[in-house]
Write a protein that binds this ligand. Structure first.
Ligand code: FES
Ligand code: FES
Length: 156
């Protein structure tokens, strides 16, 4: 079957099998920032924005993305400039091995698109589906707070 999907702003027509997962289709198409972890919806490494909301792409059939808008970590930068959440993760030292980072950033972008000034509890809740083996989660939470401040000051 074929699907037509917008990925990071580009309209694409893709041939897929009905059982293909969005995770595998995206990686097959070269979006390697979408990470493979558990494949069971438990780690958040594969998160992407689907019509603006963070989803675990390992749990979504690619067929469901037909006529939808998908944003991967590769699609967050604008004109060569990182998204404020990406910048804040770097500035706060919230990246160690980096494997969880794309999924965490996607979850944070989803949160900040809905909540400009989230509480720490809301940030923790938003990141609760993203597992990290390297850090204690503290720096990621600081990073989301810093990104929220910047985005309130300078909405793009
Ligand atoms: S690979 Fe999708 S949630 Fe872990
Ligand atoms: S930075 Fe290594 S898993 Fe999170």
């Amino acid at each position: 079957m074929t699907i037509t999907v917008t990925i990071n702003g580009s309209l694409r027509t893709l041939t897929i099998d009905p059982g293909d997962r969005l995770l595998d289709v995206l990686r097959r198409e070269g979006y390697m920032g979408v990470k493979v972890g558990c494949r069971t919806g438990d780690c958040g490494a594969c998160a992407v924005l689907l019509d603006g909301r963070a989803v675990n792409s390992c749990l979504v059939f690619a067929a469901k993305a037909d006529r939808a808008d998908v944003v991967t970590i590769e699609g967050l930068e604008r004109d060569g400039q990182l998204h404020p959440v990406q910048e804040a993760f770097l500035d706060e030292g919230a990246v160690q091995c980096g494997y969880c980072t794309p999924g965490m950033v996607i979850s944070a972008v989803d949160l900040l698109s809905r909540t400009a000034d989230p509480t720490e509890e809301e940030i923790r809740e938003a990141l609760s589906g993203n597992l990290c083996r390297c850090t204690g989660y503290v720096k990621q939470i600081q990073a989301v707070k810093r990104a929220a401040e910047r985005m309130r000051r300078d909405p793009r």
